[in-house]
Ligand binder design. Structure first.
Ligand code: NIG
Ligand code: FE
Length: 397
């Protein structure tokens, strides 16, 4: 049995379970951890003894951030493309092929080093779970190795062979869809938990997206997709039709899209097994200087909302969940509590996980101690390194 750990003297504990307000806040609290799990939550004054002890000193503690959307397996960067956008160029997704070229040319160790660097960066900013996609290889061998490398770092791995049609298939996209559904999927399945498609004009149309996601589902992968990022389209409703865990971006939505998402919401007693979450990625709108998604409209309609970074070298080169929380509050009319929930419990729902994103007995012991008395400071003090300590799986990092 590994030593127990007590985190006590917590001024504000965000549990996302029972407690005050939507974040289930408990004050002057303590958390006891054994074998990587939360086993007790209660008043600090009555905390049991433990082998090790972290004194939060009256600070706020929250569940580790769950970043449910990140593209970490790539080579090179696209800083020049970013500079051109800031000088007025639009974002089209065309630069994805630049990163595909660099990624194919990279060694395994170069790709591995980038994944580790970005995963480390995120961990220091409080991210204890991070989904990782392939999608910059786009050959059977390069997608398989991207996922193999991703799986060294995360169990939440996503096959995104349908990111764009690579240049060599530009005039025969049907053949590329056949490759994705056939040998590429077969090579990806041992390392992937999810399948994703970029369903957008210029990437994959709804028929191709449906075919690819259905093949992935038949092979045992869960469905998620990039939808309605650059313009309106059928992606969100396709996601709902297929029972996707999440549709991501959701920047351009019709009333019917919002209604479709809202219709998937389960009541709290029946769990989140069939809810399709709307995952919003404000780093992408920041970095492409585009209008932000209307989070208020989704929340008011009863849609379950998550926040994630979309960390990638093109549209959102940030690994920082606190930055996304601050953007969501300032630019997307989310309250600080809604944004913190979306970055923790919301991300967990988007990955169909009930063991993370909460600090209740039985949950994985993923905790973040802030250098601040309240979760409010994450949005109130943007750009400030407020993550004092991260505990992952019960282990102080
Ligand atoms: O989620 N939209 C598609 N894929 C990424 C961007 C990838 C890139 O530009 O390299 C996204 O924004
Ligand atoms: Fe993305």
């Amino acid at each position: 049995m590994s030593p127990s750990l007590l985190v006590d003297n917590i001024g504000e504990l965000v549990t996302n379970g029972a407690g005050e307000g939507p974040l289930g806040i408990r004050r002057n609290a303590a958390v006891l951890v054994e074998e990587g799990r939360v086993v007790w939550v209660g008043p600090s004054a009555y905390a049991p003894a433990a082998d090790h002890h972290v004194d939060a000193g009256g600070a706020a503690v929250l569940p580790g951030f769950v970043d449910s959307h990140a593209h970490l397996v790539f080579a090179g960067d696209r800083a020049a493309e970013f500079a051109a956008r800031m000088a007025g160029q639009p974002y089209t997704g065309g630069g994805i092929r630049t990163t595909v070229g660099a990624t194919r040319a990279a060694t395994d160790d170069e790709l591995r080093a980038t994944v580790r660097r970005l995963r480390g960066e995120a961990l220091r900013q409080g991210t204890t779970t991070m989904e990782i996609k392939s999608g910059y290889g786009l050959t059977v061998a390069d997608e398989a190795r991207s996922l193999r490398i991703a799986a060294e770092t995360s169990t939440e791995t996503t096959f995104l062979g349908a990111h764009v049609v690579p240049a060599e298939y530009a005039d025969r996209p049907d053949d590329y869809v056949g490759l994705v559904c056939g040998p590429m999927l077969a090579a990806a399945v041992p390392y992937a938990k999810w399948i994703d498609v970029f369903c957008e004009q210029g990437a994959f149309d709804v028929d191709h997206a449906r075919a690819i996601l259905a093949c992935g589902q038949a092979a045992g992968l869960g469905v998620r997709l990039h939808a309605n990022q650059l313009g309106p389209g059928p992606g969100v409703q396709l996601g709902v039709e297929l029972g996707a865990a999440s549709v991501d971006h959701c920047t351009h939505l019709s009333d019917a899209d919002v209604d479709a998402l809202a219709s998937t919401r389960m009541d709290s007693t029946s769990g989140s097994g069939t809810t399709t979450v709307a995952t919003l990625l404000p780093g992408a709108e920041f970095s492409t200087r585009s209008p932000y998604p209307d989070a208020r409209r989704l929340l008011d309609a009863g849609v379950t909302v998550a926040l994630a970074t979309d960390c990638n070298p093109g549209s959102s080169y940030t690994s920082s969940m606190p930055f996304c929380v601050a953007l969501a509050v300032r630019e997307m009319r989310m309250t600080p509590a809604e944004a913190v929930w979306a970055a923790t419990a919301g991300g967990a729902r988007a990955l169909r996980r009930d063991d993370i994103g909460v600090l209740t007995p039985g949950a994985r012991a993923d905790l973040v101690v802030l250098d601040a008395p309240s979760h409010l400071h994450l949005a109130y003090r943007p750009g400030v390194p407020l993550i004092r300590q991260v505990i992952r799986n019960g282990v102080p990092q």
